[in-house]
Design a protein around this ligand. Sequence first.
Ligand code: FES
Length: 240
Amino acid sequence: MVKVEFRIRRFDGERSYWESYELEAKRGMTVLEALFHIKENLDGSLAFRASCRMGICGSCAVKINDKPRLACETQILAIGKSLIKIEPLDNFRILKDLVTDFEGFFAKHKKVKPYLIRDVSYSNPVELLQSPRELDRYYIYTLCIKCGACYSVCPAAATRESYLGPAAMTAAYRFCADSRDRGKRKRIPILSEDGGVWRCHLAMECSEVCPKGVEPAKAVQMMRRSTAIEMIRSLFRRSR
Ligand code: FES
């Protein structure tokens, strides 16, 4: 057992302040378990978000010692510090303590049409076959759990409210790169808007912090490429 101080950034709707709690951490204990321990034994007013407790739902992302991470996947002793600072994610409005407002984030996600779009309708279900190579083109991007870690470190999202952000653009690329999808022409005008692909600063921080190794920065660059190609094509179409 190791004594650890948890310094948590609290927010009560008006005031933001730090509050410290001490607890004995044992091997294997996660930051999320510490938060539950604090809530159940030391301070029932502490608010945080969690669901699956196994790195799947993405709801427990917080800043741990200045870096966005999943609380349920971060073991306390692996951090190797006797002081652990926990804060809500940056670039999101704070509702209470560690709970942030994801409404805008999900609205941006929805805006890029993150689903398969077909150009024909079928009266009966059909099987759309795909080769392993075709699957490889987008598989890594399906692993995004919408935790918001990438968005929280994005300098473009920090300075421009309308910026779609790395997670939404990763979702757009995931479907544009899918051989079964026919929605690229519908998504590209959305990604060409003021808050779209051209606003990315290439900071690459999003890929650095992604807990699932998704590489949103690469997806944004791939979407940029598709957008540029489509813009050139439409110029040619117009000049004919
Ligand atoms: S609680 Fe679901 S990812 Fe951490």
